[in-house]
Write a protein that binds this ligand. Sequence first.
Ligand SMILES: Nc1nc(=O)n([C@H]2C[C@H](O)[C@@H](COP(=O)(O)O)O2)cc1CO
Ligand SMILES: [Zn+2]
Length: 159
Amino acid sequence: MKRTDYISWDEYFMGIALLSAMRSKDNNSQVGACIVSPENKILSLGYNGMPIGCNDDDMPWEREGDDLNTKYMYVCHSELNAILNSPHNDLTGARMYVTLFPCNECAKAIIQSGIKELIYLSDKYHDTHASIASRRMFNMTGVKYRAYQPTGREIHLEV
Ligand SMILES: Nc1nc(=O)n([C@H]2C[C@H](O)[C@@H](COP(=O)(O)O)O2)cc1CO
Ligand SMILES: [Zn+2]
């Protein structure tokens, strides 16, 4: 008889998104994204970080202060990184697992890339204009989005 306590596809891909987030240098929000084909093959991964070639140690990680000295001017969001870093040029019909609901800029990239479904974990910025604009665009374009339903399963990794 086969095992029955194997992890579901949703647990698998959100777990990988969470693991990817652990690579982030951001001291406040670590975000991970995992893009999956309709056949449940992983197409790409990403986490929030500074652009390639920008030294993490020379970049600001501040949230407040003079615009030019905050991380917001520079950091690439996990969703954008996952889209741009994909070795596959066609993401049509794919789904994205992301540990934090996308901002409006990433929503545009998600829509333009052809991703059709979004599964998110945290929605801590639900009431911001960025999230409202994202939902507005997803609703207009038929990109489905749903909150990940936690299963309570703990996945312990010892490396
Ligand atoms: N969906 C998202 N994906 C992301 O990768 N990010 C990144 C940008 C920043 O590095 C960090 C948010 O910083 P903070 O404002 O929570 O300290 O997470 C942010 C959002 C929120 O829209
Ligand atoms: Zn974003």
